[in-house]
Every structure is written in structure tokens, then in C-alpha cells.
Design a protein around this ligand. Structure first.
Ligand code: UGA
Length: 438
């Protein structure tokens, strides 16, 4: 099949390489000409495990190409997957300007019997507006250009594996031929037994927002449970083992920490809140999830203060900037929120992350970046672990102790073992677990 992809960010680029690996001919396009130039030369603009290698393979196969001209991606495509950004406006509402622009481009160049596939996360009702836009642009092709909603469930850091082994493929559409076409797109996965769920357009759009809202709720609930465990003197690790053994709860997504971040949960939660409001439904739990998320970062900073007393002029090592491991993404990273709060208290923050870039992260707090974990720890009064990189699990504790001014560690992601920290002579504050006070 010939397929187009508009927008080569995390979702779009992974979609390009995976569809090409299915044997389809894929043309990716993006308004960022530099990005397209880099991609055509095999350079992904962000880190994702396995992506660079797969990009090289698919480019070499001749099936995958990139063009800065949207017409090249649309003109002969049976389906065009739209993966453009839907950032939050200051009101929290998702900005769909790029989606509308893509709809107009699609209408302009699409051949009859082509499908505009909405892959970006958009509020319920967007497909209907896209349809209206397309029909207005091309009344001559009414009924021949269709819309599908095919939300993406991949996680950054696991994107390739999630796309090649999805736990579900969701397709919302109206016309039977659109479902048939989408089954042809995903045939290699369906042949392997992966499940494709067919719904109407609105339910598909809602499902994506509701999944992310539920997952964010789970993280915030766990962080609140961790806070209660800490205050009551319990151990959240024991509690989550019990909770996760109940099949109705399940063991995944029960890790307490300094909060969720990234380009999806914070934005989607706000957009879903706006949608609920626009539907006249009062849904205060959505704001509570976000409040508890801020509180998780604040809790880590309280522990740092508790450990070192006054923060003015103290050097604090911040270990991890990415919103989670195996990504270089720091957008809405809670690590930056921890840094911001430490800096506001007068601390000198020295940050280390093995991969993170500050691209798209907005205003980062003033802090020094260093290129090794031991450099960050050198002379620091306390270290706070913000991202659960494997590198931090395998620290040489004797070397850490020698480097630091005081052996104080706040573990915002529970990557270290309390018994080992006690044996190594550290004062150690995990999350939701009893501290090691020396
Ligand atoms: C999330 C969803 O998991 C994907 O299904 C969805 O496709 C994606 O958003 C999206 O909407 O595009 P992602 O943001 O890449 O994916 O990352 P997650 O692995 O879901 O983690 C989100 C945040 O929650 C991270 O900051 C992570 O550290 C935090 N988290 C996750 C916890 O604090 N505790 C947990 O137990 C799990």
C-alpha cells in the first residue's frame, strides 16, 4: 500500500518506520524542513531505542522516503496518517491548528477513496470537524474522502516495541471500506494475532483521552498512597505488591515517584478537562490528579530540605532530567519541577542525565549541567534521583560517598535498596518507604 504520514515527531516517525517494515511504501512529511533533511539522511531528531537502526534499514529498503512537500505524502496515498502536534493552549484546550492545516492539505491533494487518519490525540468531536473542513474544501469528492481515528498508544522509550507488538489497535470510522483499508494497513500485525478494535469515531477519540486520564489518575493515586505510607511509617513497596496481586488492579503502573510528565499526560488531562467542561460536566478529580502530581515533586524537595536543612548556597546533585528513562525528552518533566523548586530555595543545582536534551522543555531553571554522574555528585550536600535510569541503580556507593560533601540521597524513583544504603552509611530518603537515618 502507499501511505503518507504528516508530522514526523515521536508518533509520526515511529509510524513511518513501522509501516515501512510492514512492506508498505511510506512518504513522511513535516513542516520542519531541517528535520526532513536529517531524516532523509537517517538522522532521527530525538532518541528512541532502536529507531536510528530501523530508520537506516527502511530507508535502504527504498520503501521509506521523506519530503518537505505535503503533496508528495498525500497525492498517491490510500491513507494519510496525521501525527501533528496538538499542544495545550493557555486555557488547557488542545490547539488543533496543525490538524486543520493537515485536513486542508489532505483535501487539496488526496485522490478519491483516500482516508485521513487521525493519529494525534485530539478531543472527541474533532473527526467530525475534520470531515466538515474536507468537504468544504472538496465538495466534489464528498463521500470519497473518509476519516478514521486510529489513536496511538505507544510509550516513549518503548515506541518501536509497542508499535510492533501492540496490545490493541483501535480504529474508529463510519464506512465499511475504511475498516477494510485499515485492516490491510495493519495486516502483518493482525496475522500475528494482534487485536484490532472497531468503534465509531467519537468513541475512538474518547478512548485515547480516557486511557491517559486513567493512567495519570493511577500515578497520582499511588503518589498520594506513598505520602500516606511515609507519614504512617509503612512501606509502599509492600503495599503495591499486595495491590498488584489483585487481578482487578494489576501490577503495572503502580510505581510511586516524583510525578508523571512528558508531552502526553499533562496536556491530555487538561484537554480532557476542557472537553468535560464544554459538555457541561463538572469533573474536579481531573484537577486533583494534576494537583497531586505537583505535590509529588514538592514532597521530594521537602525531603531534600529535611536532609540538609537550609538550601541557600548548597550544591544539590540532580540525577536525571528526562521525564522517564530511555528517552531524551524533558517536556513537562517533573525533574525540572524539582530543580525549579530547589533553585527557588536558593540551592545550586548541578544536573546530570545520560541523554536528556532541553528541547521543547520551555524555561529550564538556572542550573549547571555536567557530563557524568560523579561530577554532579562531587561536593554536593545531597543528591536527588529524579529519573530511574539504570545507571543510577548501579552506582558505586563507595565512590558516591567519597565524592559527596554529605552522604545524603533522596530517591524520588526508589531505584536504590534501603538495606544497601544503610550498609554503605548513607542517610537515605526513598519514596513511600521508611527512611534510613543512619
Ligand atoms: C503515555 C501512555 O502510556 C501511552 O499509552 C500513550 O500512547 C502516550 O502517553 C501518548 O499519549 O502518546 P508516555 O508518556 O510515553 O506514554 O509514558 P508512560 O510510560 O505512560 O509514563 C508517563 C509518566 O508517568 C512518566 O513520567 C512516568 O515516569 C510516570 N509513571 C508511570 C509513574 O510515575 N509511575 C508509574 O507507575 C508509571
Amino acid at each position: 500500500m502507499r501511505l503518507g504520514v504528516i508530522g514526523t515527531g515521536h508518533v509520526g516517525l515511529v509510524t513511518c518506520v513501522c509501516f515501512s517494515s510492514f512492506g508498505h511504501d511510506v512518504v513522511g512529511t513535516d513542516s520542519d524542513v531541517e528535520k526532513i533533511r536529517g531524516l532523509a539522511q537517517g538522522r532521527p531528531p530525538f532518541f528512541e531505542p532502536g529507531l536510528e537502526e530501523m530508520l537506516a534499514t527502511e530507508l535502504a529498503s527504498g520503501r521509506l522516503s521523506f519530503s518537505a512537500e505535503p503533496a508528495d505524502a498525500i497525492r498517491e496515498a490510500e491513507a494519510v496518517f496525521v501525527c501533528v502536534g496538538t499542544p495545550a493552549r493557555s486555557s488547557g484546550e488542545a490547539s488543533l491548528a496543525a490538524t486543520e492545516h493537515a485536513a486542508r492539505q489532505f483535501a487539496r491533494y488526496a485522490p478519491p477513496h483516500s482516508v485521513f487518519v487521525e493519529k494525534s490525540t485530539v478531543p472527541a468531536g474533532s473527526a467530525l470537524r475534520i470531515r466538515r473542513t474536507i468537504v468544504r474544501e472538496r465538495p466534489d469528492l464528498e463521500g470519497e474522502l473518509e476519516i478514521a481515528s486510529n489513536p496511538e498508544f505507544l510509550r516513549e522509550g518503548n515506541a518501536i516495541s509497542d508499535s510492533l507488538h501492540p496490545d490493541r489497535i483501535l480504529v474508529g470510522a463510519e464506512a465499511a471500506w475504511v475498516f477494510d483499508l485499515m485492516r490491510r494497513v495493519y495486516k502483518p500485525l493482525l496475522d500475528k494475532g494482534h487485536r484490532l478494535i472497531e468503534t465509531d469515531l467519537i468513541s475512538a477519540e474518547l478512548a485515547k483521552h480516557m486511557c491517559n486520564t486513567y493512567l495519570a489518575l493511577r500515578v497520582s493515586l499511588l503518589n498520594a498512597f506513598a505520602e500516606i505510607s511515609e507519614r504512617a511509617g509503612g512501606d509502599i513497596a509492600a503495599v503495591t505488591e499486595v495491590m498488584g496481586s489483585d487481578p482487578r488492579i494489576g501490577p503495572h503502573f503502580l510505581r510511586p515517584g516524583i510525578g508523571y510528565g512528558g508531552s502526553c499526560f499533562p496536556k491530555d488531562l487538561r484537554a480532557f478537562d476542557r472537553l468535560a467542561k464544554s459538555l457541561g460536566y463538572d469533573f474536579p478529580i481531573l484537577q486533583e490528579i494534576a494537583r497531586l502530581n505537583d505535590e509529588a515533586a514538592a514532597s521530594a524537595v521537602r525531603k531534600v530540605k529535611d536532609a540538609v536543612w537550609n538550601l541557600e548556597g548548597k550544591r544539590i546533585a540532580l540525577l536525571g532530567l528526562a521525564f522517564k528513562p530511555d528517552t531524551d525528552d524533558t517536556r513537562f518533566s517533573p525533574a525540572l519541577e524539582v530543580a525549579r523548586r530547589l533553585v527557588a530555595e536558593g540551592a545550586d543545582v548541578v544536573a546530570y542525565d545520560p541523554r536528556a536534551t532541553l528541547d521543547g522543555a520551555g524555561d529550564a531553571p538556572p542550573m549547571k549541567r555536567v557530563s557524568s554522574v560523579y561530577e554532579a555528585l562531587q561536593g554536593s550536600s545531597c543528591a536527588v534521583i529524579c529519573t530511574e535510569w539504570d545507571e543510577f541503580r548501579n552506582l558505586d556507593l563507595d565512590r558516591v560517598k567519597l565524592a559527596m560533601a554529605e552522604p545524603l540521597i533522596v530517591d524520588g524513583r526508589n531505584v536504590l535498596e534501603p538495606s544497601e544504603m544503610r550498609a554503605a552509611g548513607f542517610v537515605y530518603y526513598p519514596t513511600g518507604r521508611p527512611p534510613v537515618l543512619g
